[in-house]
Design a protein around this ligand. Structure first.
Ligand SMILES: [Zn+2]
Length: 311
């Protein structure tokens, strides 16, 4: 990060901290503390790229979260949001894609520290042991996890989640047959691989343009308990918990800390994602009500946040 930008961020954090502490107290009293979900791709000290954090950086994230927040699993994120029962800052850890390097350090570290984690994988890359196209294009193909590794992680308490068969972009792939194969069939295949139920889905790319109605309907029809996006939102208490918003575990620690201390600007800037859940996922009590990020952000803003020095 640019040193000037870094200094500005640290200054803003220092100025904002008292205001954020007061706001957190108000939110805690209302059981309305937004819940954080982090996503990572790859933790390794070799072949660094834009989606890799070093082991040292990741350990720092884990240390901070264990010390300052409650570390919870995805089901608990959903419960707090759904039951309006969120009295303290909490975070969940997730990984996308299925890079083999994670098996050597990141996952053992999380298991050792008792940090719940959901590990989303793309089934074709696991089954066929092929590198991701974006790594191939960069001239640095990277190994995927094996089925045996997924089973070992699962046995150790890591929740294995589905990230489609072929890492498809649902903004581009829109035919119903492919959507169903990439979501419904992928869930079944992954369950056969690991010998356990696969309960959560994460959208590849995870931006608002990928969160298309037809794909979300397939996620619900498949029987997933929820899906994860990756565009940077918080999980605001009281809104539909089927959609779990995540932001990435930024390699710049001060930026991550800024987000984990609940940056009101991040909430206000959240894109408006609207979808309608079919009333088929009774496990969630989905009621078919439309969901909009804008409405949720407005409701958060209504929690007497007051004038924000960092807004
Ligand atoms: Zn991905």
């Amino acid at each position: 990060m640019n040193p000037l930008l870094h200094a500005a961020l640290l200054t803003r954090l220092a100025i904002a901290t008292p205001a954020r502490g007061l706001r957190l107290k108000r939110l805690a009293a209302e059981s309305c503390v937004p819940v954080c979900a982090l996503f990572y791709h790859r933790i390794a000290d070799s072949v660094p790229n834009d989606w890799t954090l070093s082991r040292k950086q990741f350990r720092k994230h884990v240390d901070y979260c264990v010390k300052h927040l409650e570390v919870v699993d995805l089901a608990e994120v959903q419960r707090r949001v759904r039951d309006r029962d969120s009295k303290d800052r909490a975070v969940t850890f997730t990984f996308d894609d299925g890079y083999r390097d994670n098996f050597d350090f990141a996952i053992p570290l999380l298991i050792e520290r008792g940090v719940p984690c959901t590990y989303f994988v793309t089934t074709s890359h696991i089954r066929d042991q092929i590198a991701f196209p974006h790594d191939e294009q960069a001239g640095r193909p990277l190994a995927a996890n094996t089925v045996a590794q997924l089973r070992e992680m699962s046995d150790a308490g890591i929740e294995i989640g589905c990230h489609t068969r072929h890492h498809v972009d649902f903004n581009k792939v829109r035919d119903r047959k492919t959507i169903r194969a990439e979501i419904i069939d992928a869930k079944y295949e992954l369950e056969q691989m690991i010998g356990r139920e696969v309960r959560y889905f994460a959208f590849p790319y995870g931006l608002p343009e990928q969160l298309r109605q037809a794909a979300i309907e397939a996620v619900a029809e498949a029987g997933f308990l929820g899906f994860c996006s990756a565009y940077g939102g918080y999980n605001l208490v009281g809104r539909d918990s089927f959609h779990i918003r995540r932001f990435h575990g930024d390699r710049e620690f001060s930026r991550l800390k800024n987000w984990l201390t609940l940056d009101p600007r991040k909430i206000k800037r959240e894109p408006d994602v609207t979808y309608r859940l079919p009333a088929i996922n009774s496990r969630l009590g989905a009621d078919g009500e439309p969901e909009t990020g804008e409405a949720a952000a407005a409701s958060f803003a209504g929690l007497a946040i007051g004038s924000e020095i960092d807004a």
